[in-house]
Design a protein around this ligand. Structure first.
Ligand code: PEP
Ligand code: MG
Length: 578
């Protein structure tokens, strides 16, 4: 039995055999196969060599793609792929040493590459790059199949991977993929956010869970405590089966709150909205007792499609959602592409520092045709409900003005085309950079509402990558810097008489609810499965006690002191959740 501690990102308990998904960019861990699988595994190696050679043949014969030097390089690659000794070395590792096809390919080719790299002759040492290229090509053939396996799996598994993209996670079928565990990732990485929305138990940031995992072992994923148990003994397995039963019972109890108001014991009403990535999640908000959408992450329309969505694709997605909500508010955030969210076509140029690069509203303002297509669809949909548009990652008034100017241009185009829209559609912004938080009083003069994206606000204020497990202990909403910004933004919003909600993950975390209420926030937008739990906390406290708690926290000067205090206060209010 092996117990590993990571970051709990999506609650619940999953117990199943693992499906291990490796990444071609990452060192493939040494893993064994069963003797009964060796013939099929050797065939996988042969097929990968065959497909890679055929692929090279095709590219090599295309005169546009392969000219001069490139043709020579492909010829060298072909020779390697046809080398019988190389292939035998790999298949021996699989057949005799019972290692996975991908490990055998990767370890053999990396050994050869290292030999080349160590030769003083520059011409020969540079050939190491070719060997890595061949390794990648072969792995793509081997691992591509595994990714498809995850999408088309038909028995219950837990997925174990070095890293998963938000798009991969969104494609998981909840019926069969019961949970997942990854080496990489942080609490607010988008993969974690998607897991929470889907209600799949998940633990990330485990650093080396993929290493040595035995595909025949049972794996427990405890998304409440951030623990993964590999090959549990009988007592541990029993204990976790009990935890799973308790968790299900608590969920059912909380679901019974569905039709009750989110109101504090002393009568202050709170608006609970949901965050969604896909139109089909909208129903879950209603099922869990939410009253609208506070954040629709529309970039998933791009992430999940092979081609750029058309105006009709946008329009259909928005009207599908509006249909569910009647006259409840639906906040559509314009696409937030870049950083860890890329389109399928990978239209983005590689950036050294993508979190600080051409992402989000910056990308839209440089890709006007794409931006206008989306705005047209949002405006056209605005006649079907209470649609509000929201711009992400605004970092200056100039940027907000540019975005609003484009919106006005699109309104004029619609006028010319005789198409209807709501000319008074509220236009809000996300506060997720320190510059926006610090200039909130200025931005408020030209915004109809604010929504605080604490996921990015924490990342940029504390200079901690939200998706990097190596610095995850530094990433915290309890830092006095964050609390100071949250206080000043709500103060500025109230002064300007505009609303300010919180739509980052802080609003979904039970320990922060009392603090946010005490700071003055009255609208939370959260992952739909978390709505009942947050409602339960709201219904268990008084605003007076929250104000008192916030006053105390504002006097504290260390993150440790704040988080311990908040946890203790939340445990007192709702012991069963912790
Ligand atoms: C945020 O940054 O807090 C937010 C809600 O946006 P996203 O998580 O999509 O970046
Ligand atoms: Mg954000």
């Amino acid at each position: 039995m092996e117990i590993k501690k990571g970051i709990a990102v999506s609650p619940g308990i999953a117990i199943a055999k693992p499906l291990v998904i490796d990444s071609e960019d990452y060192r493939i861990p040494r893993r064994s196969i069963l003797p009964s699988a060796k013939v099929a595994e050797v065939k996988k190696v042969r097929d990968a060599f065959k497909s890679a050679a055929a692929e090279l043949e095709e590219v090599g014969s295309d005169d546009k793609l392969a000219q001069g030097n490139i043709k020579d390089i492909f010829a060298v690659h072909q020779r390697f792929l046809k080398d019988k000794n190389l292939r035998k070395k790999i298949t021996d590792l699989v057949y005799n040493d019972l290692l996975t096809a991908e490990y055998a390919v990767s370890t053999t080719l990396r050994d050869i590459a290292n030999h080349f790299a160590a030769v003083p002759d520059k011409y020969i040492s540079e050939r190491a790059t070719d060997i890595y290229d061949i390794e990648k090509r072969l792995l793509r053939h081997l691992l591509g199949k595994k990714r498809e396996d995850a999408a088309s799996i038909s028995h219950e598994v837990v997925v174990v991977a070095h890293e998963l993209s938000p798009t991969q996670t969104a494609g998981f079928d909840k019926k069969f993929i019961k949970g997942f565990a990854t080496d990489a990732g942080g609490r607010t990485s988008h993969t974690a956010i998607v897991a929470r929305s889907l209600g799949i138990p998940a633990v990330v940031g485990l650093e080396d869970v993929t290493r040595n995992i035995d595909p025949t072992a049972t794996v427990i994923i405890d998304g409440n405590r951030g623990v993964v148990v590999i090959d549990p003994d009988e007592a541990t397995l029993k204990q976790y089966q009990q935890f799973a039963v308790q968790f299900d019972r608590l969920e059912k109890e909380l679901d019974a709150l569905r039709d009750l108001d989110a109101i504090t014991r002393d009568g202050v009403a709170v608006q609970l909205l949901g965050n969604i990535e896909f139109p089909n999640e909208a129903e879950m908000i209603i099922d869990k007792g939410g009253h609208g959408i506070g954040l629709y992450r529309t970039e998933f329309l791009y992430l999940y499609s092979q081609t750029e969505p058309t105006e009709e694709d946008h329009y259909n997605a928005y009207t599908e959602v509006l249909h569910v909500f009647g006259d409840m508010p639906v906040v559509i955030r314009t696409m937030d592409l870049g950083a860890d969210k890329f389109t399928q076509s990978k239209r983005f140029a590689k950036e050294t520092n993508p979190q600080l690069g051409l992402r989000s509203i910056r990308f839209c303002l440089q890709n006007l045709a794409m931006f206008k297509t989306q705005l047209r669809a949002i405006l056209r949909a605005s006649v079907h409900g209470d649609v509000r548009v929201m711009f992400p990652l605004i970092s200056s008034l100039h940027e907000l003005r540019q975005a609003k100017m484009i919106l006005r241009d699109v309104m004029e185009d619609l006028d010319e085309d005789g198409l209807k829209y709501n000319p008074n559609m509220p236009v809000g912004i996300m506060i997720e950079t320190p510059s926006a938080a610090l200039t909130a009083s200025i931005l408020a003069t030209e915004s109809d509402f604010f929504s605080i994206g604490t996921n990015d606000l924490i990342q940029y204020t504390l200079a901690v990558d939200r998706g990097n497990e190596r610095v995850s202990t530094l990433y915290s909403g309890a830092d006095p810097a964050i609390i100071g910004l949250l206080r000043s933004v709500i103060h500025d919003a109230n002064k300007a008489r505009i609303s300010a909600s919180v739509c980052g993950e802080m609003a979904s975390e039970p320990e922060y609810v009392m603090l946010l209420l005490g700071l003055g926030y009255r609208t939370f937008s959260i992952a739909p499965p978390m709505i009942p739990e947050i409602k339960k906390i709201i219904r268990s406290v008084t605003i007076e006690s929250c104000n008192d708690l916030a006053r105390k926290v504002l006097m504290m000067n260390s993150e440790r002191e704040v988080i311990n205090y908040l946890r203790n206060a939340a445990i007192k209010v709702l012991p069963e959740v912790f």
